[in-house]
Design a binder for this molecule. Structure first.
Ligand code: SAH
Length: 381
């Protein structure tokens, strides 16, 4: 087993959630930066991080880092890295993504092509060939420059981790699965408690909650680029990881997780997605407008992503909609409410001051996660 520095990007503002998940999975944190956590781990950690982490965006192996302010330095720095330990002679390799912040070098396409040339140069010397067919497995590289420090990573994930494989059909503005999972993990909700999403759309919040309730690993029904890297991560390690994930699943539970939407097509889509995720038995979806939101029990959670008016004509509808959210929430007995929205007037229209409010970047869009914390249920005897 080799030790790697493993880099896991996540949504900006949710680093603490991912950090906790990594610690719970049993690994030591090396660094927490904006939108990314670095930790130590071996090949098994690479598999387990891909399969088990709910809030990560992808899992990268750090190949190395160096300073570069010129393309010359970028070329030389890249050439020095130990590429031969990762990329076999027939491997297919390219810089899939380059991102630059506060650095002299910033053009992604130039960074990508220069680094590729440097890798070819290095591997030519090592493998003593003049041309690479690149017909073997894929080794996508991701690089980020931060204040001229170049961090070079190998992507073990492929299609980003928020794609669990269950969401074949989506709403107009679906929330990313890993973002939904992170937000649920920020709340005190657990499978003993009620969860209602009154604007469930394609069902992301209820489905992510049900996956957690049943201990279903988010990566159980998809594949990863590194599954084919037999020289780095053997098949057996992947099989063991899948066995571990399978052993953990517990469908023998009772949940009260509900998703409502005004649009019957959305409700049908949400049901279909829940079926694909294998959790349809744990969720009750129903067509129901916000106006009819109610629940007979106490101490439940609303966790939701209400409309926030991307289009101008929708903006007019927001004040009455958010007033209705406030009204329906107040009618519930001792509930908590958590909502993520880009709508700036949310608290004002809801008519309640949030207990906490957290800024979260959903891609480039600034959103707020408003948290209205209700009372705790009394301890059971
Ligand atoms: N989080 C969801 C997307 C939510 S989009 C996902 O991941 O797919 C907001 C949803 O609110 C839309 O599906 C829309 O149909 C629904 N909606 C809008 N007004 C509503 C109302 N008054 N009552 C219930 N649902 C409503």
């Amino acid at each position: 087993m080799r030790k790697y520095e493993i880099v896991a990007p996540c949504h900006f503002g949710l680093e603490a959630v991912l950090k906790k998940e990594i610690i719970d999975l049993g690994y030591d944190i090396l660094a927490v930066e904006d939108g990314r956590i670095t930790f130590y781990g071996d090949e098994e950690a690479v598999c387990r991080a891909n399969v088990f982490l709910r809030s990560a965006e992808r899992i990268l192996i750090k190949v190395g880092s160096f300073k570069a302010t010129t393309f010359e330095e970028l070329f030389e720095g890249t050439k020095e890295l130990p590429w031969e330990t990762y990329i076999p002679k027939d491997g297919k390799f390219w810089v899939a993504k380059a991102a630059s912040v506060k650095s002299k070098l910033f053009s992604p396409s130039d960074i990508q092509s220069i680094m590729k040339k440097a890798m070819v140069e290095k591997l030519k010397q090592i493998y003593k060939v003049t041309w690479f067919e690149e017909e073997g497995e894929s080794f996508p590289i991701r690089v980020f420059l931060m204040k001229d420090e170049v961090t070079v990573c190998l992507d073990t994930t492929g299609e980003s981790l928020h794609k669990r494989g269950y969401r074949k059909l989506t709403a107009k503005a679906p929330i990313a699965e890993n973002l939904a999972a992170s937000l649920i993990m920020l709340t005190p909700w657990n499978k003993e408690r009620i969860l209602v999403d009154p604007f469930c759309g394609s069902g992301t919040f209820p489905i992510e909650a049900a996956l957690m309730a049943a201990n279903i690993a988010p990566g159980m029904n998809r594949s990863f680029t590194a599954e084919n890297w037999s020289e780095i991560v053997g098949k057996k390690i992947w099989y063991d990881c899948m066995d571990e994930a399978n052993d953990m699943v517990d469908m023998n539970i009772e949940t009260d997780i509900q998703g409502y939407d005004i649009d019957p097509d959305m409700v049908a889509i949400a049901r279909e997605n829940a079926k694909l995720a294998g959790v349809e038995k744990l969720i009750h979806f129903q067509q129901r407008p916000l106006e009819k939101l109610s629940h007979p029990k106490k101490y439940g959670f609303i966790i939701t992503n209400p409309p926030y008016g991307e289009r101008l004509e929708e903006k007019e509808n927001l004040p009455p909609l958010y007033r209705m959210i406030g009204e329906r929430y107040r009618a519930l007995d001792a509930w908590s409410m958590y909502l993520i929205t880009a709508y700036e007037q949310a608290e004002m229209d809801i008519g309640l001051k949030a207990t906490k409010n957290r800024k979260i970047y959903n891609g480039m869009m600034k959103t707020y996660f408003y948290q209205f914390l209700g009372p705790k249920p009394p301890r059971r005897a």
